[in-house]
Every structure is written in structure tokens, then in C-alpha cells.
Design a protein around this ligand. Structure first.
Ligand SMILES: C[S@@+](CC[C@H](N)C(=O)[O-])C[C@H]1O[C@@H](n2cnc3c(N)ncnc32)[C@H](O)[C@@H]1O
Length: 340
């Protein structure tokens, strides 16, 4: 399983500190810093990739998440500096996927499976169960008479779920959803290299029906809505930009346009706990309601903008634990929200 790995203790890289936002000033400086951070290892290219992913996994897991509201509030001083890293920059991902694509072409390597294959499989099978429960009327009161729908019919309904994976990376999560019986599957990522890799892997693995396109979830050009939107590690990465708190707010605004009414959003994070994600959604709902009350513009005229848009539905309760920083624990959380 390619899970969260620790850097070698005696490696130069283990002492390399991802620059914080106070280190970085202009976007150009940020790109240069991103590149230099990513080439600090003395290893050859494949190990260099492994090392960078180990560092990246460590950064993603280690940074404490603080809700966006902490930064938009009128507190005079925040409790701590917001944590940022190169993983918040597109230049980091472009370089990472260029290497992964080269490794795939030269050696057939699949590349990094973020949070490990077990988590990926669990997210797909658990989400399938959730969709089946909904189709069978066991949740959300979608169907009044539970007994009128057989499990087989519920399974068949999976083909009706349009699925969007934002920040799909190598697209392996979508392959897992395809194995579970979903058929309408689209993956997006702002890194062209990720999309090339995802397409190459899907073709190699016999999943040529998967659709992939380049799209920035914070500035999405997609006009279609999906019944199921999934995110594994993307909100985490977005939050690591020096402007992470603002970008997380942008994320919710954008994602709310991508999830269909009555649809699901399933987020997997190693940077936020289930409670923190629920809190972040509450903050988003409150901001939205406050905006509708304060403004006479389009927001206030939007139907139903006075009530919460996303509500917590369920979360995965049985994750395996990882060894991290000398202690055992798991900060991986998968939480499902339903959009009103
Ligand atoms: C930790 S990786 C996870 C990749 C993939 N979801 C997985 O689980 O393997 C984060 C991904 O989010 C993508 N990403 C980050 N910010 C993004 C944005 N604003 N729009 C689209 N993709 C983004 C990165 O390119 C990267 O592929």
C-alpha cells in the first residue's frame, strides 16, 4: 500500500522546511521557491519523487487546520500563523505530475496513491453504500416506501449518479468508483500533467469511459451539476496556499455550484477532522445566510439562501491507522454532506 510515508531520518530533505507564507512574497518568488524545494533531494529522479511525496504527505497530515472564519473574523490577533506549503501551489503539482508522467512512460509506475489504496477503496465502497441507501429511500426520505425498492434496483441506480472528482490527480479514485458500478464519471484537475496521467492510467487499466478535463475548481468553467462530487486531498492542498483561508471560502462557493440539488459531496481529508469539516460547512452556511440578509443583490434573491445549503449526512467510522511522527493515529476523515 502506498500510504503516508515518512522521510528517511538522515536525509537532507527531512530538514527542508516548506516555506511559509511569510517567506514568500511575489508569485514569481513562490514558483522559484516551489521549484527549489522540490529539487532539494540528492536522490535520483524516482526516489526524488518518492521523497517529495513523503514530504508532501507529511506536510498534508501535519499541518493543523484552522477554519476560514478564524481569519475573516474581527479578532485582533490570530492564534497562530496560518500554515502554508508548496502543496498549495500549482507549480508544485505541475512538477510532481511531470515526473509521475515520465515515470509512468518509462517504467509503467502508477505513482502516488494519496492516503493509500485501502482508504481509496473504502471511500469508493462506502460512498456506493450511501448512494444505494439513498436510492432505496433509507436516507433523506427520497423514497417513501423502503420496501418497494429491492437491493438489486438500488445497485442499478448507481448508473444514474453523475460523479465529479475535483482535483482528481492520477484519477485512480474514479477507477475505484467505476469498479463499484458507477458509469458517469468525470475527473478534473488544474494541472494538465495530472489529466494526462489520469487518462494514460485509465486507458492502460481498461477504463477508457472515464472523462477527464483540465479545470481549476476555484474558477470552474464547468456548467453542469453532478449528483455526487468527491474530493480526496484537494481541499487539503488548496488550504496550504498562503491565502488558504480565502481559497477555502472560494472552494465552498465554487463547489456549491457543482453539486446538484439533493446531491452529495464526499470529502476525504487528512488535514481536517470530521468535526472540523462539519464546522467549516456550518461557517459557510452562516456566511451565506448573512450575505443574503445584508445584500439586496442576486444572493438575497436566490431561492432558499436563508437556510443551510449543505448538511452533514454521515462519515466513515472505521479507518485504519497510520504510523506518523513516531505515534500511531489517523487524521484521515471522510465526510458526506447533502446539498439542499
Ligand atoms: C493531494 S493531491 C490528491 C489527488 C487525488 N485527489 C488523489 O486522491 O490521488 C491534490 C490534488 O488537487 C489538485 N488541485 C489543487 N488545487 C486545485 C484546484 N484549485 N483546482 C483543481 N485541482 C486542484 C492538485 O493538482 C492535486 O492533483
Amino acid at each position: 500500500m502506498a500510504g503516508i510515508r515518512l522521510p528517511p531520518e538522515d536525509s537532507d530533505v527531512s530538514t527542508a522546511r516548506p516555506p511559509t507564507n511569510t517567506d514568500l512574497i511575489s508569485d514569481d518568488d513562490r514558483s522559484v521557491a516551489a521549484d527549489s524545494w522540490s529539487i532539494k533531494s540528492d536522490y535520483g529522479s524516482t526516489l526524488d519523487d518518492d521523497q517529495r511525496h513523503a514530504d508532501a504527505s507529511e506536510v498534508l497530515s501535519a499541518v493543523p487546520y484552522r477554519s476560514a472564519s478564524d481569519y475573516s473574523s474581527d479578532k485582533e490577533e490570530p492564534d497562530a500563523e496560518p500554515v502554508s506549503s508548496m502543496l498549495g501551489f500549482q507549480s508544485y503539482w505541475d512538477a510532481a505530475y511531470a515526473d509521475e508522467l515520465a515515470n509512468f512512460r518509462e517504467h509503467g509506475h502508477t505513482g502516488e496513491v494519496w492516503f493509500g489504496a485501502d482508504v481509496m477503496e473504502m471511500v469508493a465502497s462506502w460512498t456506493k453504500g450511501l448512494c444505494n441507501d439513498i436510492a432505496q429511500g433509507q436516507m433523506l426520505n427520497h423514497v417513501a416506501d423502503d420496501t418497494s425498492v429491492t437491493p438489486e434496483q438500488g445497485e442499478k441506480d448507481l448508473t444514474d449518479w453523475s460523479v465529479l472528482d475535483v482535483g482528481t490527480g492520477n484519477g485512480l479514485l474514479l477507477q475505484e468508483f467505476a469498479k463499484q458500478g458507477f458509469t458517469d464519471l468525470t475527473g478534473t484537475d488544474y494541472s494538465e500533467g495530472a489529466i494526462d496521467l489520469a487518462r494514460s492510467l485509465a486507458d492502460r487499466d481498461g477504463f477508457s469511459g472515464l472523462k477527464f478535463l483540465v479545470d481549476d475548481v476555484l474558477d470552474t468553467k464547468i456548467e453542469r451539476k453532478f449528483q455526487l462530487v468527491i474530493d480526496k486531498g484537494t481541499l487539503d492542498a488548496i488550504g496550504l496556499h498562503p491565502d488558504g483561508p480565502i481559497k477555502r471560502i472560494m472552494y465552498w462557493d465554487s463547489i456549491s455550484k457543482l453539486v446538484a440539488t439533493g446531491g452529495l459531496l464526499v470529502i476525504t481529508s487528512c488535514n481536517s477532522t470530521k468535526d472540523e469539516l462539519v464546522q467549516e460547512v456550518d461557517n459557510y452556511n452562516h456566511r451565506r445566510v448573512a450575505a443574503s440578509q445584508e445584500s439586496e443583490t442576486s444572493v438575497s434573491q436566490e431561492a432558499g439562501s436563508n437556510s443551510p445549503l449543505f448538511s452533514y449526512l454521515d462519515h466513515i467510522r472505521s479507518y485504519p491507522t497510520f504510523m506518523f511522527g513516531g505515534s500511531v493515529g489517523s487524521r484521515v476523515a471522510t465526510v458526506a454532506f447533502v446539498r439542499k
